[in-house]
Design a protein around this ligand. Structure first.
Ligand code: SF4
Length: 446
């Protein structure tokens, strides 16, 4: 049974020292109860309290890491049913299936796509995460493809019901912590022993959620911490239902055997790539921790990555860019100086248009708490008495002799106040629309 923040607080040291990252033990206890902090962050909890709190304060859905280093992928760790309640934490990991029955050209083509399909979006790199290698009766090739995929920087899922094949692959890539798929009622003891030997996460598969919970509970008793669940269904409606049931039982009833991320296989649920992508999209929204596709095609992967970005972005925190000076097109001491807000979308549109103009420019970005220019102006965050001191302290005067600040056309109303505030500078009103920036810069500053 979960403990409330107050119940947890009663067991805290009450030193209010702040070493856990929040100022008081009460705030820490509340974070612990909400699954937003870990007990280990407080160095002063007594052993007795630790024992009582350890299981009560564990997150309702465990975060499972697959892979190591730069290729590590985290899945699970969710604390809410709906994104608007707080945020979803670990984006659905998207992977591509490679079977040992495929030709070398197909294997190489998929690995090439895995490495090359990268998209820059609002300062983030969107890309696939995993390769799922499936043994189709050739253990030697299975291990060889696993090694190749690992060398390509992929976190791995090793799919086989042949213990010898799994052993061969784990001998090659076990240190990179692949997910072993899957323990079933028929082989659970052997797979459990193998996963414990290599200390790797294990996926379990059953034909009903109830059986899945039984198997999960038995693995937990054996000491497995990192488990991934497959309810076994390959029917869209049933699998959505299973995933919702698993998420609800984990979060609302704190039912530990189902407190793990799920894996789904759109590649086994459709006979064409478009339907497969639609199914993958369904499970990005409905609780798929890992989704395995049959191939990586940019035209289908990119929309999925964008959908994932939207779903797993914190709805309560606008995406922001750091306040500062951004040189674009290698500017010098005579280059124009523009200013905008730090809402990421605004920054990337403006910086993209300035870059497209090919006019060397300095772009100043003011911290407006992630609000766009007009909203920030209305909220008193993009106004003369904040912009003036920022420009003076930013260091731009050491970089350029230019003393004219180009403000967004949408904030033209502040130009008079800004000229008064920003002594020694003139103010020019730039375009209202980002798309008009290249023509404006070329006309006035090229
Ligand atoms: Fe309290 Fe521990 Fe945090 Fe210090 S580190 S404020 S004692 S919870």
């Amino acid at each position: 049974m979960a403990l409330s923040g107050i119940q947890i607080f009663k067991m805290m040291p009450k030193k209010n020292c702040g070493e856990c990252g929040v100022p008081t033990c009460l705030a820490f206890a509340m974070n612990l109860a909400a699954g937003k902090a870990e007990l280990a962050q407080c160095p002063y909890v007594s052993d007795e309290a630790k024992e009582k709190l350890a299981s009560a304060s564990a997150p309702p859905i465990r975060t499972v890491q697959i892979g190591v280093g730069d290729s590590a992928v985290k899945t699970g760790g969710e604390t809410v049913l709906f994104r608007h309640e707080k945020t979803f934490n670990n984006p659905t990991a998207l992977g591509c299936l490679i079977a040992t029955s495929e030709s070398d050209a197909s294997v190489d083509g998929k690995l090439k796509a895995f490495k090359e399909l990268r998209y820059e979006r609002v300062g983030l790199t969107l890309k696939p995460d995993l390769i799922a290698v499936k043994d189709a009766g050739d253990p030697t090739k299975f291990a060889a493809i696993a090694k190749k995929a690992s060398d390509a920087g992929a976190a791995l899922v090793l799919i086989s019901d042949n213990l010898d094949a799994l052993k061969a692959a784990l001998a090659e890539v076990g240190k990179n912590k692949p997910l072993v798929y899957a323990a079933t009622a028929a082989n659970v003891d052997a797979i459990s022993a193998l996963c414990k030997e290599y200390d790797v996460p294990v996926a379990i598969k059953a034909s009903k959620v109830g059986d899945l919970a039984t198997m999960s509970a038995s693995l937990m008793e054996k000491g497995h911490k990192d488990i991934v669940l497959d309810s076994g269904s390959r029917d869209l409606a049933e699998l959505v239902r299973d995933n919702i049931m698993i998420r609800r039982l984990a979060l609302e009833k704190l039912y530990r055997p189902l407190g793990f991320p799920t894996i789904v296989f759109p590649c086994e649920m459709a006979d064409n790539p478009v339907d497969e992508a639609i199914i993958a999209g369904t499970f990005i929204s409905k609780y798929g921790g890992i989704a395995i596709l049959s191939d990586l095609k940019g035209e289908l992967l990119f929309p999925l990555l964008l959908q994932r970005l939207n779903i797993f972005t914190d709805p309560q925190r606008p995406m922001t860019t750091e306040q500062g000076i951004y040189p674009i097109n290698n500017p010098g001491e005579d280059s124009p100086v523009l200013i905008t807000s730090n809402f990421s979308l605004t920054y990337f549109i403006v910086s993209g248009e300035v870059e497209a103009s090919r006019v060397p420019s300095w772009l100043l970005v003011l911290n407006t708490d992630g609000l766009s220019v007009l909203t920030a102006w209305a909220a008193g965050k993009f106004v003369a008495d904040l912009i003036g001191p920022f420009v003076k302290k930013s260091g731009i005067e050491e970089k350029t002799k230019t003393r004219k600040l180009i403000i967004p056309g949408a904030a033209a109303i502040i130009s008079g106040d800004l000229e008064e505030e920003l002594q020694g500078w003139g103010v020019a009103i730039g375009p209202r629309e980002g798309a008009h920036i290249p023509a404006y810069l070329r006309q006035n500053y090229a």
